[in-house]
Design a protein around this ligand. Structure first.
Ligand code: ADP
Ligand code: MG
Length: 613
């Protein structure tokens, strides 16, 4: 007889629930991970709020998550997941569970509706379906929640959100049980008949071990009941007799067979702490398996794919703050990265202090843009728990962290380049351009980053700058390149600008990416050897038969001889070119249009005008 408010789901939610319920059967295990991760978020929010508002802690003691499964009076299986986190007011229940606030989920929807079912499975991991994954296993879900006390809400009331798997609406009403929770949220899943297996503590334990032990930094307890056979205590004096009088031995044998029925079955009930291992970043790297790193990464950074590589290390510098960290390279660069490389900064650095999560946003400068995609967990020993952005800056912790993370990342990349050719190919495909950006942007690490860069040439599919230098011809004093963004290397390889160089056996870098040209213009030299644009006038190879003076003389003679033709050509093309000259660089082509020696090349001009727009 409590008034129940009925709400229709936002249309997006209705669509999402339909996808969830219809097409994700084989992925339904994820519900537990999602609910645990929500509970963990709520606990983290509570703890962070408590730093400035103590009263939020009242109502319930420990910060933890509990899971209990049982059969209800209708014989349906129920799984109850409860946390002592921040909780939700009735308005929040409506807003958070009845609408899709997250942009990620809408993206999920858009993509899920355009892919087949197997694709959708991957999407769940990528976006996280969150709360709605409950309907993968439940016919009905009750969310009972009591918001934490705060200055704005000093007398919160416990409310229930309830919805069935195939209902287009949900209900919100005051909990008929009253404020039973003390604080936090309790989610009751009334299991579908074909999902009854999730009542089994072994299955829950397995799932938590496999997928969710990293989803929470707070303790997760599971309610267990097991039957145990215990032998009933024998009366004490009987034992004494046994020990003291050997003549009683025969008698004892007789009593022994009498004792057998004295064992009995009792039910032992207890809360089992499931995620009792220390977090993996605190463990000795030698004791952590690859699988553990992988599932830790997947759970922590909500990535369906396994990481490509990682490094686990301690940072300990003179300035006082010691920390443990793991850096991860995602399987590929996020598709958003290049949409706005200069602004893009994923900043997925999860900072903990003494194992307590503090923030995942350390600000724009935490890492340079080229490295903003790297995923980091870091746990600092000596920072205060209520550390603020300002404190972080004043301890120079951020600077120190940045340089140590970059040092380890660069070493990891170099190690892959050197020792893991297959992984290197995958890595380079996704991150190759990031290294070029880095070599331009991060002058401190320029050399190490440039060593990771690869370029196509007229002689081979790709080369590093190091290999290019090894392949130099005798007397060659420049690194030749030809740049034209937007074309293909095949096209460039046929360019008139490299005819002569190619014929003479010189290697020329063929640059087709806008970043390539910015790269060579910024570096200017590699190991003292200058880059030379072969499209610029005045090019010298270094092995010419004539001296520059002789060449000039020859050029002068030819120019005089062909003066009428040159004058006529200049008249015809005067609007387009600055000058028409005799060239010695062509082998089979009859003419070429080249950039002025001092001027920008066509490519850079295009980019300059684009960047001013
Ligand atoms: P996400 O966690 O990615 O935001 P979910 O669908 O998992 O998406 O959850 C939606 C929202 O519901 C959360 O952002 C949070 O505000 C709220 N929520 C879910 N579970 C809880 C909980 N146990 N305690 C408090 N709030 C919760
Ligand atoms: Mg969630």
């Amino acid at each position: 007889n409590v008034p129940k408010q009925k709400h229709d789901y936002q249309s997006d939610v209705a669509r999402l629930r339909k996808i969830v319920i219809n097409s994700l059967y084989s992925h339904r295990d994820v519900f537990l991970r999602e609910l645990i991760s929500n509970a963990n978020d709520a606990l983290e929010k509570l703890r962070l709020t408590s730093l400035t508002e103590k009263e939020v802690l009242s109502g319930a003691g420990d910060l933890n998550i509990t899971i209990k499964a049982y059969k209800d009076e209708d014989g349906k299986g129920r799984v109850v997941i409860r946390d002592t986190g921040i909780g939700m007011s009735p308005e929040e229940l409506t807003a958070n569970l009845g609408t899709l606030a997250k942009s990620g989920t809408s993206e999920f929807l858009a993509r899920a509706e355009s892919t087949d079912t197997t694709g959708t499975g991957n999407l769940i991991g990528a976006f996280g379906l969150g709360f709605y994954s409950s309907f993968l296993v439940a016919d009905r879900v009750y969310v009972s929640s009591l918001a934490a006390k705060s200055s704005r809400n000093s007398e919160p009331t416990q409310y229930v959100f309830s919805s069935g798997a195939d209902e287009s609406s949900f209900e919100i009403y005051p909990d008929p049980q009253g404020n039973t929770l003390g604080r936090g949220t309790e989610i009751t899943l009334v299991l579908k008949d074909d999902a009854i297996e999730y009542m089994d503590p072994h299955i829950i334990t397995d799932l938590v071990d496999k997928h969710s032990s990293f989803a929470s930094t707070f303790p997760i307890y599971l309610w267990t009941e097991r039957k145990e056979t215990v032998t009933e205590e024998e009366p004490a004096e009987e034992k004494v007799t046994d020990d003291t009088d050997e003549d009683e031995a025969v008698v004892e044998d007789v009593t022994e067979s009498d004792k057998t029925p004295k064992t009995k079955e009792v039910t032992v009930e207890e809360w089992i702490h499931m995620n009792s291992q220390p977090p993996i970043w605190m463990r000795d790297p030698k004791t952590v398996s690859d699988e553990e790193y992988e599932s830790f990464y997947q759970a922590t950074f909500k990535d369906y794919e396994k990481p490509l590589a990682w490094d686990h290390f301690s940072g300990d510098s003179g300035s006082g703050v010691s920390f443990k960290a793991i850096i991860f390279i995602p399987s590929e660069l996020s598709s958003e990265y290049w949409q706005n490389p200069l602004q893009s900064n994923a900043r997925d650095i999860r900072l903990m202090v003494k194992r307590v999560f503090i923030t995942s946003d350390l600000g724009e400068d935490a890492l340079p843009k080229w490295a903003s995609w790297v995923k980091v967990v870091v746990d600092a020993e000596d920072l205060p728990l209520n550390v603020s952005r300002e404190t972080l800056q004043s301890t120079r912790f951020l600077k120190q962290l940045r340089s140590i993370v970059l040092k380890h990342l660069l070493a990891l990349l170099a190690r892959i380049q050197e020792k893991e050719p297959e992984k290197w190919v995958t890595l380079h495909k996704s991150y190759g351009n990031v290294f070029k950006l880095g070599a331009v942007e991060d002058t401190k690490n320029r050399v190490k980053l440039a060593e990771l860069c690869r370029f196509a040439t007229n002689q081979r599919k790709e080369t590093s700058l190091e290999e290019y230098l090894e392949n130099r011809k005798k007397g060659q004093k420049q690194i030749f390149y030809l740049a034209d963004m937007g074309t293909t290397t095949e096209h460039l390889a046929k360019s008139v600008f490299i005819e002569k160089l190619h014929a003479r056996g010189y290697e020329v870098l063929l640059l087709t990416d806008p970043l390539d040209e910015i790269f060579v213009q910024n570096l200017r030299l590699w190991k003292t050897v200058p880059f030379q644009d072969v499209a610029k006038a005045g090019l010298r190879f270094g092995d010419e038969e004539m001296s520059p003076e002789e060449e000039k003389e020859e050029q002068k003679k030819l120019t005089e001889q062909y003066q009428p033709l040159l004058t006529w050509l200049k008249e015809q093309a005067g609007d387009i070119v600055r000058d028409v000259v005799i060239s010695n660089r062509l082998v089979t082509s009859s003419c070429a249009i080249v950039a002025d020696m001092m001027g920008y090349t066509a490519n850079v001009e295009k980019m300059m005008s684009a960047s001013q727009a």
